[in-house]
Every structure is written in structure tokens, then in C-alpha cells.
Write a protein that binds this ligand. Structure first.
Ligand SMILES: [Zn+2]
Length: 426
């Protein structure tokens, strides 16, 4: 009997261990921070891993932080002691995760009844595994002789990092680089990036210029190990999955702090357990090396490097490593972010703020800074997709299509600008 109890306890333990539970985890949202309270919370973020900052503390902005039930009272007291107003935004993160799984299941059921036949499993009614994203690239490449899949290397755990290359425009045409999924838990990012590329390819006839005049390169899964880990084991995982040598066994590097342009100068923590650990050196992560090597091989240099993240609804333009650090062509970069956000708003009334990355919070080692500052792209953007925090990273699957639709509208503005400026120069 005793051994039976032991056995069942361990089986239960194993079942629970397969996916981390966020039972009782709460997300607090502060009021707008002033310089003092932002600085205080930045210090908390750098020095403790007990609070998961879903958004970065910055003056003039609110910040969202997830805490366990155990940490809840202590966090409330800390905020109150420092005169920081806050309210509970998400009462129970686990419940939200489960509700969203149910939404996706329900949508799937409805869809299966009337699904047209296609040669890939990906759709935009749910979030999918790394392999399904790659299968989608294979299917598009198989169906179009001007598209191909390029393997740019493997992740630390050996997953294929595949890029869809759409090269109908031919040699010498301007190139666009799209990168999604560098932060594992931001599932909406690969979903929207693939939505955009589907529109480009499968709806080619509606806007042939976009593909006839530009070459496209899409990497939908820039951090495959982290992404798959967030799907299988820990929904809130953000980093890569490489070993760090941490004495606590903490794994992974923040891949969007790992790039070699002003690496490590701001917005990072040297604590290997931190979510903003930039790695022991720039490009320590094999995934980032793979991307770097590939984009450096592109000729001409991509005119745009675009990164998909979530959340906060922002159209960010560089640089992000420091305040008041702007590219020489700041004016056209900023204007394009503004114009794209305006067009995006027209679709579903979703407000995206077109702001400088450092204005949000200075953070060095992000890929968009590197695309702009080191690679030499004329334009570089990071879009923080839906929402503004109601669901945060756990964005319901029924928001994928509207997110894709509005981003597509923003992208059309960008695409037309890219075509216009390159024709002017030709
Ligand atoms: Zn991100």
C-alpha cells in the first residue's frame, strides 16, 4: 500500500512537472511611474528574479509584473512602501492560460467542419509548434518556384532554423528581413509574421508589386528551443535554452540582449537566472550567430530588418541602447513608424504608439539596433503586438487574425515606402 501511494504520488509529480503551473500567479499593473519609482523598479528587476516584469519599468509608463501567490503580499507591501499605485490586472495567470486553450479548441472544432484542403497544418486560429511553422515554409516553397527554404543552421538543441526566401524580384532587388519569435513566450509574433507572409504569397495577385519588386526573407522562429519549451513546459519562458554555468542551474540568455551593437551597455542583468541576462559575450548564442551569418550574406544589405515581439502595441524605431541615440536618417525612419501606425489603426481601431525604443526603456543588444547600426539597414523596426496587457503574453487565439489584418495594413505602408525609395535611387 505504502509503495502504491508513493508510486501514485510520483506519477502525479511527473505529470505536474511536465508543464509548469501558474496557479495563483497574479499580474499587477502600476500607475504611471515617475523617474524615482521607475528607477526603483528597474533596480528590483536587475537584482531579483522573484518578480517577472512583463513590461519594463520606465518613467511615464505603467509596468506589469507577475508574482506568485507567495510573493504577492510582499510585492504589494513593497509597492505601497514606495508610494507606487497599482491594481491587479490578471487575477490568476493559470486560469487565463486554460481559458485561452479552451477558446482555441472551440475555434478548431468550428473550423474543422468547413476547412478547405491545404498542404500545411498551420492556420491563424491557434498557436503552433516550431515544426508546424517550418512545415508551412516548406509548403509555400513547394507551391511556388520563386520561393525556397534556406536552412541557416541549428539551434542549441538541434532544431532547424529555416528561412523562407521569396526571390521573385531577382538579384539586386531590395531585400526585406523579417524575424519573429526571438522571445519565446511571445506567441503572437510568429503567428502574425506567418500571416503577413501568407498574404504576400497566397494573395500575390492582389498586390503583385510587393513580391515582384522586393525579395523577402522570413525567419518565423528565431529562438526555436525557447519557443518549444514555452509550449511544452513553461508558458512564460522567454530566453534561449543553452546552459549558462549557473550554480542554480538557470538556463538561457535573453536573445534580444545578445547582439553585438553596444552589447551589455544598458538594460541587462549579469545574473544568469535573470530574464534579461545578455550572455557572457555578444553572439554567445548559436541561434543569434546563425541569424547574423545569414543576414550578413545577403546582398544587397536588407533595406529593412523587422522584428516581431509582444506586447504593448508599439511601433519602435532605433536606437534602443541609450537615450537620444538616433540614426542619421531618423526623420524618415520615425515618419514611417508614424504612418504605419496610422494605417494600422484604421483597420480595427487598435492604437500603436510609434516611439523610439530607448524612450520605452534603454536596453542594449537588441537585434533591431544591430540591423540598423552594424548591418546597415536603412530601416529597422520592432513591433510590440497586441495587447496592452489585458492578456499580456497569453493573447487569446481569436485575436491572431485581427492582429494579422491590422499589421498587414501597417506593412503595406512600409512596403510601398520601400519600393518608392528604392525606385528613386535606381
Ligand atoms: Zn520581446
Amino acid at each position: 500500500m505504502r509503495s502504491l501511494v508513493l508510486l501514485s504520488c510520483c506519477l502525479l509529480g511527473a505529470a505536474l512537472a511536465s508543464s509548469r503551473s501558474y496557479d495563483g500567479y497574479t499580474v499587477f499593473r502600476t500607475g504611471k511611474l515617475n523617474a524615482t519609482s521607475a528607477k526603483f523598479l528597474r533596480e528590483v528587476q536587475m537584482s531579483s528574479n522573484l518578480i517577472d516584469f512583463w513590461t519594463e519599468p520606465a518613467p511615464g509608463r505603467r509596468t506589469d509584473m507577475m508574482v506568485s501567490e507567495k510573493m504577492s503580499e510582499e510585492t504589494k507591501k513593497m509597492l505601497a512602501d514606495n508610494h507606487i499605485h497599482f491594481h491587479t490586472m490578471i487575477q490568476d495567470v493559470q486560469k487565463l492560460i486554460e481559458e485561452n486553450d479552451a477558446i482555441a479548441k472551440k475555434m478548431k472544432k468550428m473550423k474543422n467542419k468547413m476547412a478547405p484542403k491545404k498542404d500545411y497544418d498551420l492556420d491563424w486560429d491557434d498557436y503552433y509548434d516550431h515544426d508546424v511553422l517550418n512545415q508551412f515554409l516548406d509548403a509555400l516553397a513547394g507551391a511556388n518556384d520563386w520561393a525556397e527554404v534556406i536552412n541557416i543552421g541549428q539551434s542549441y538543441e538541434g532544431r532547424d532554423m529555416n528561412v523562407l526566401a521569396i526571390t521573385k524580384a531577382g538579384p539586386g532587388a531590395p531585400k526585406v528581413w523579417l524575424e519573429a519569435g526571438i522571445h519565446a513566450r511571445e506567441w503572437i509574433a510568429p503567428a502574425v509574421a506567418t500571416f503577413i507572409v501568407r498574404e504576400l504569397v497566397e494573395n500575390y495577385a492582389a498586390h503583385p508589386d510587393y513580391v515582384d519588386k522586393l525579395n523577402w526573407y522570413l525567419l518565423p522562429s528565431a529562438n526555436p528551443d525557447g519557443y518549444q519549451y514555452s509550449r511544452d513546459s513553461d508558458r512564460m519562458w522567454r530566453k534561449t535554452r543553452s546552459p549558462t554555468g549557473s550554480i542554480f542551474g538557470c538556463k538561457g540568455v535573453d536573445p534580444n540582449r545578445n547582439w553585438g551593437y553596444h552589447w551589455g551597455e544598458s538594460g541587462v542583468s549579469n545574473d544568469k537566472c535573470s530574464d534579461i541576462y545578455p550572455g557572457p559575450e555578444a553572439f554567445s548564442e548559436i541561434e543569434m550567430q546563425n541569424i547574423k551569418n545569414f543576414v550578413e550574406s545577403l546582398e544587397p544589405v536588407p533595406i529593412l530588418g523587422h522584428c516581431f515581439h509582444s506586447y504593448s502595441q508599439l511601433w519602435l524605431w532605433p536606437y534602443g541602447y541609450a537615450y537620444n541615440a538616433y540614426p542619421p536618417n531618423r526623420e524618415e525612419v520615425e515618419q514611417l513608424a508614424i504612418d504605419a501606425s496610422d494605417a494600422l489603426y484604421q483597420v480595427h481601431g487598435t492604437v500603436f504608439d510609434p516611439i523610439n525604443s530607448a524612450e520605452l526603456y534603454p536596453a542594449a543588444g537588441a537585434s533591431d539596433d544591430w540591423y540598423k547600426g552594424s548591418l546597415g539597414s536603412r530601416f529597422a523596426f520592432t513591433t510590440e503586438l497586441r495587447d496592452t496587457g489585458r492578456h499580456g503574453f497569453v493573447l487569446p487565439a481569436d485575436q491572431i487574425i485581427p492582429s494579422g489584418e491590422e499589421m498587414w495594413a501597417g506593412f503595406e505602408v512600409v512596403i510601398n515606402k520601400l519600393i518608392e525609395v528604392s525606385e528613386k535611387e535606381a
